[in-house]
Design a protein around this ligand. Structure first.
Ligand SMILES: Nc1ncnc2c1ncn2[C@@H]1O[C@H](COP(=O)(O)OP(=O)(O)OP(=O)(O)O)[C@@H](O)[C@H]1O
Ligand SMILES: [Mg+2]
Length: 289
């Protein structure tokens, strides 16, 4: 009974928001657009997340494709970070979080009991809003992961991984003569690229980015955006952003969330020029959100 009344009040909230956006659709139970892609690297099906009584994500189904940047957008609190954290089981670290549904990586259920979570987080890396280098040298920031995962046979191999990762992250030229200096001594934009290098160093398939540029100036942001475009050649990238310009610049597909529902997903061009759902349209035209 309590569950029913919660569902009703939630539906009412969604209807109010739809009306505020100028629309008349009933509540969005089904996502508009095709949530699946051919040969996905990750799939989410009917994913729900509760934090105690709070139903933060509801029945979300979405695929992530190889060599693609997918942008996740929507008003604050709609569940973007929550969904991102589901993809590498970071919600495991939140005691009240309960995740249901199915999430796969290369066809394997990542919530299976035999799944090694440390291994999973190497394959599905995360870059956070605020750059968070370890209090170690630039070199050690990148070498740490490969070392604990046993990816290098000797120091020469480790050096190679560190150099390649820093090159891919577009940071090598700026730090090659200061590898022994603390990572925290770099500029904010450099620190964020260091965190990207650290993620790349363990050979991920998917990189999750939660508002990776929101603490950066426009020049550093442009560098990271260029980098995201290059990284797409080797990885699948899911980026959460509040900047619609950024979503339009870096992504090929966009997913719009509202109050825990995935309202609409489609090509970024289509979402920004011809959204099908009025909630999406309301958000991208700035009428609410
Ligand atoms: N650890 C937590 N405990 C309880 N509730 C939480 C927790 N984390 C998130 N929530 C709630 O879940 C909902 C979704 O939060 P989430 O952080 O995923 O939103 P978001 O879309 O990333 O928002 P923002 O754009 O502000 O970062 C919100 O209502 C939030 O208050
Ligand atoms: Mg968030």
């Amino acid at each position: 009974m309590a569950v029913e009344s919660k569902t009703q009040s939630r539906s009412a909230a969604l209807e109010t928001a739809t009306a505020a956006a100028g629309g008349s659709e009933p509540t969005a139970r089904r996502t508009v657009g095709d949530v699946s892609v051919p040969n996905p690297v990750m799939t989410c099906r009917q994913v729900n997340v509760h934090y105690g009584d709070k139903h933060a994500i509801r029945d979300v189904s979405l695929d992530v494709a190889h060599n693609e940047v997918i942008a996740m957008i929507g008003p604050s609190g709609c569940g973007k970070s929550t969904l991102l954290r589901c993809l590498n089981r970071l919600n495991d670290t939140i005691p009240t979080a309960v995740v249901t549904g199915t999430i796969t990586l290369d066809g394997q259920d990542i919530y299976e009991r035999r799944q090694d979570v440390v291994q999973l987080r190497a394959r599905v890396g995360m870059v956070f809003q605020k750059p968070n280098p370890f209090p170690k040298s630039v070199y050690e920031n990148v070498a740490y992961g490969p070392r604990i995962h046993g990816l290098a046979a000797d120091r020469t191999e480790l050096d190679e991984i560190v150099q390649t990762s820093l090159q891919r992250a577009g940071l090598w030229e700026e730090v090659k003569d200061r590898l022994d200096q603390p990572g925290t001594a770099l500029s904010g934009g450099q620190q964020q690229r260091l965190c990207i290098a650290r993620t790349i160093a363990v050979g991920p398939e998917v990189i999750l980015m939660d508002e990776p540029c929101s603490a950066l100036d426009p020049i550093a942001t442009a560098r990271i955006e260029d980098l995201i475009d290059e990284l797409r050649q080797n990885y699948a990238i899911c980026i959460v952003t509040h900047s619609m310009q950024q979503a339009a610049r870096v992504s090929q597909r966009t997913a719009y969330f509202h109050l825990g529902d995935l309202i609409e997903v489609g090509s970024t061009d289509m979402i920004f020029t011809n959204p099908k759902h009025r909630l999406t349209e309301g958000y991208i035209t700035g009428r609410f959100g």
